[in-house]
Design a protein around this ligand. Structure first.
Ligand code: ME8
Length: 697
């Protein structure tokens, strides 16, 4: 038996953030749970590297598109490593990149198949036509009327509702996929099985398809988008990036290419379960199945859509609102397993979830430190103290039965065994149904029950009375044996905690390959010597940690100053992901001493003039408190009139090596924000009076 799970392949034009991490964690938990049950599993994640967005980002950063993609991919891989999701930590099997040559080969084959195919209604699946529409570059999608906001002035372009950026008017020859012929076949697919999960999402997709489908433009002229896969036999056209991206799920395991087929095996692993955010459900649940139908490839196992993380008050996370979650903060202050637990426990699958540091601290402290962690340490400490560090016997003789019952201990093995087995079955059922939150509730109901047994039985009192020895042993055995079950059950969610628990109980086998369905009550052998007891989850000091996180976010040496993209154009769009990039651990932070090397000074513009034949440059002189004003060349001529600059207070990098431009020496640099797609400069200035020459630090 095999299993194949995928995350979306993430755009390689912006840096990884919590959302990407989340889908990877869920996929990782699913993959581990299958592997644990002996199912040969393939787990794919990766990056989507073609299209206009990458092309534009690359241009702005003076890189080739491939260099741009490599740059971002590095951050995704670092994130996976830092959060234990890469191959070395038992996570993904492939980090798929759409720039892999084998992908080009496979996509070419897929396109050819679609190009030859007939639709279910007997028409050609692909045809050439003419497309005119509003295109959103960050979405890489044409937008219909309900997906954009019209501008107040009818001559201005509308704005994308998701990105709040202006749309491009695109009109060109294009290949079309005859999606409109697939409506009935798709509806039949949704009816025939649980293809889209959860149900609420399936209904959305159904009504979208039932309301009628439009044909889909699946190519752009090479002259408009060159960074992409050429259409086979018609290289004037570049494939629509979603056609290329979706196909990664099959090329990665060898569709249309020998290399991957030999390594991983299309026949072996397809069909996949696609885990996606609800934002891209339509591409996966409508377009992708239709492409596959045309190409004659089996449908995915299922499309499972999760909700989105929002901030604790329910707002979308954004840098502007200051309510994002930083990956480096997560990594620094929280155990990986606490983050994994929170992700799976807090988001009711399919619905949006609220993510805040405070909530994460609260859950870590209550469910993990006081809940599971405390159960483990109190049980093992008592075994250490009262049983010489050896797992006691669970046997209760007839005469000991009554006192044990009086102490609140269930004496009938069969009953205990049945209760635990039921909880285990419920856990697995809920987990397999993607109700991770419910599954974890089941597990924590067991924690609560055993905790109660211990509190009711009071082992510390039983230990004082030799006649109560069997009851004491029975209580501690039950607690330890339940911990063993919990360690096995929780492995997919909290791999390293499970391993630690297992080891502390004194067990040596590898918990990652113990099928929870084979758990048998009583298999924990009497006499097993427990190992050193260490707290599984130390309590997090909420007030102190929140203070540190806040100061880290706003401090001088904080993330704003260390981002590789701060004030630059590294990231696409809002710059939202730019600072998150540095959030990845292992990145070269600068310290305050590095920052101090830059001599930033307040300057006053004394003169400003254009330079003949240099339409971008202004020649300005600036008083920075020195004897003579500095002469600086600034590339702002297209945006500022020289006369408007005179008298303005600006920020100057005073110790930048002088250089010559157009025959003039530039003795410094002025600071400006780079705004929008074309990088319009907006000069940094002060709201209050400041003397010339004052240092910025
Ligand atoms: O859409 N909460 O890439 P992408 C939870 N390249 N998950 C989130 C999230 C949030 N707030 N924000 C993002 C693309 N995600 C395409 C996919 S697949 C063939 C091509 C996660 O970088 C979630 O999984 O925009 C979402 O679907 C995905 O990131 C979008 O990633």
């Amino acid at each position: 038996m095999t299993f194949y799970v995928t995350t979306p392949i993430y755009y390689a034009n912006s840096f990884p953030h919590l959302g990407h991490l989340y889908t990877m964690i869920v996929a990782d938990a699913i993959a581990r749970s299958k592997r644990q049950r002996g199912v040969e599993t393939f787990f794919l994640t990766g990056t989507d590297e073609h299209g206009i967005n990458i092309e534009r980002a690359a241009q702005r950063n003076n890189r080739t598109p491939k260099q741009q993609a490599d740059f971002v991919v590095d951050y995704f891989k670092k994130m996976a490593d830092a959060f234990g999701l890469d191959t070395a930590h038992g996570g993904y099997d492939i980090f798929m990149r759409t720039t892999n040559p084998f992908h080009y080969e496979g996509v070419g084959e897929f396109w050819r198949r679609v190009a030859k195919a007939k639709t279910p209604k007997g028409n050609d699946a692909l045809y050439k036509g003419h497309y005119e529409g509003w295109f959103c570059a960050p979405c890489a999608a044409y937008k219909t009327e309900d997906e954009y906001a019209k501008a107040a002035n009818p001559n201005d372009p509308p704005t994308c509702l998701i990105h709040e950026t202006k749309l491009d008017r695109v009109s060109e020859e294009s290949y079309f996929f005859r999606l409109s012929d697939f409506d009935e076949a798709l509806l039949h697919l949704y009816e025939s099985r649980d293809f889209v999960r959860p149900e609420a999402r399936r209904n959305e997709v159904k009504s979208f398809v039932a309301s009628g489908l439009q044909d889909l433009s699946v190519s752009r002229l090479r002259t408009s988008v060159s960074w992409g896969i050429p259409v086979p036999d018609d290289p004037q056209h570049t494939m629509y990036v979603w056609f290329d991206a979706l196909t990664n799920y099959i090329t990665a395991i060898g569709f249309g290419n020998e290399q991957q087929n030999r390594a991983d095996g299309f026949e072996k692993f397809w069909p996949a379960l696609h885990l996606v955010g609800k934002d891209i459900l339509r591409f996966h649940a409508v377009y992708w199945p239709a492409f596959l139908m045309a190409a004659g490839v089996e449908q995915p196992r299922a499309i499972v859509a999760h909700g989105m993380w929002v901030d604790p008050t329910g707002r979308k996370m954004s840098k502007t609102l200051g309510n994002t979650i930083e990956l480096d903060v997560l990594n620094k202050y929280f155990p990986i397993d606490a983050i994994r637990y929170f992700c799976l426990r807090e988001m009711v699958f399919g619905q949006d979830g609220r993510f805040g540091y405070e909530g994460l601290i609260d859950r870590t402290n209550s469910d993990l430190a006081s809940g599971l962690g405390n159960l483990s340490s109190r049980t093992l400490t008592m075994i250490q103290r009262y049983c010489d560090g050896r797992i006691p016997s669970r046997a209760i003789s007839d005469e000991a039965r009554l006192p044990a019952k009086r102490a609140g201990v269930e004496t009938d093995d069969a009953t205990v065994s049945k209760l635990l087995a039921q909880a285990r079955d419920q856990f697995i059922k809920q987990f397999d149904d993607f109700n991770f939150s419910r599954a974890l509730e089941e597990a924590w109901a067991i924690v609560a029950r055993v905790d109660k047994m211990i509190s009711d039985a009071r082992p510390w009192d039983l230990a004082k009375d030799q006649s109560q020895r069997q009851t004491l042993n029975a209580v501690l055995y039950r607690a330890a044996e339940t911990l063993r079950w919990l360690a096995v059950l929780l492995y997919p969610v909290m791999p390293s905690t499970s391993r630690d628990t297992y080891r502390q109980i004194g067990l040596t086998d590898e918990v990652s390959s113990i099928d929870p369905q084979t758990l048998n009550w009583g298999d924990l052998s009497e006499g097993t010597g427990i190992n050193e007891i260490k707290p599984l989850f130390p309590r997090i000091d909420k007030a102190r940690t929140m203070e540190e996180i806040k100061s880290q976010e706003s401090g001088v040496g904080g993330r704003e100053s260390v981002s590789p993209a701060a004030g630059s154009t590294e990231a696409e769009g809002s710059g939202q992901h730019a600072t998150e990039a540095e959030a990845v651990p292992g990145v070269a932070y600068i310290d305050i001493a590095d920052f101090a090397k830059i001599d930033l000074r307040v300057g006053e513009v004394k003169t400003a003039e254009r330079i003949p034949k240099a339409d971008k440059l202004l020649l300005i002189t600036v008083d920075i408190g020195e004897e003579k004003p500095r002469q600086i060349l600034a590339g702002i001529a297209q945006y500022y009139e020289p006369e408007n600059l005179i008298g303005r207070k600006i920020v100057v990098v005073a110790n930048l090596k002088p250089r010559k431009l157009r025959g003039y020496e530039s003795q410094g640099m002025l600071l400006a924000a780079s705004v929008g797609d074309e990088g319009k400069p907006v000069i940094a200035t002060f709201a209050e009076e400041v003397p010339n020459g004052a240092r910025l630090k």
